[in-house]
Ligand binder design. Structure first.
Ligand SMILES: [Zn+2]
Length: 132
């Protein structure tokens, strides 16, 4: 399999090293929204290479959600001419519905930024933290 663009791979929520293993455990449990396996089931890439690894993904999540919600508020107030209270209601509903998406996407993008693709990862099965 040829190398996939890391942005597409992040959106598919796949392991950055082998691009085949799932980053999150399926089916989804509401009590564990970011339930990830310890290692990739295909290539053994560690999904938490160091303690606090996903701290940085919090900033990504903030950036994405802030601009998204700003757009939602702008759409409600300017385009649809809704009242401020109604717009806040739409915003809260949208935030509740997209919370999991932004949380998982920020983690997926973060690990895809930090770990390189390795075409031989599937055969080697060596446990690695950052892929180098
Ligand atoms: Zn993998």
């Amino acid at each position: 399999m040829s190398k996939r663009n890391f942005i597409i791979n992040a959106f598919m929520q796949k392991c950055p090293r082998c691009q085949e293993g799932d980053l999150f455990i399926k089916p989804f449990e509401i009590s564990k929204p970011v339930n990830m396996p310890v290692n990739c089931p295909v290539c053994n890439q560690k999904y938490e290479p160091e303690p606090g690894f996903y701290y940085g993904s919090m900033f990504l999540s903030y950036i994405f959600s802030a601009f998204f919600f700003l757009g939602i508020m702008g759409l409600c107030l300017i385009v649809f001419k809704m009242s401020l209270n109604a717009s806040m209601g739409v915003l809260l509903l949208t935030a509740a519905l997209t919370y999991l998406f932004f949380l998982r996407m920020s983690r997926s993008i973060w690990i895809n930024l930090m770990v390189k693709y390795d075409p031989k990862a599937k055969e080697s099965k060596e446990v690695k933290s950052f892929g180098y």
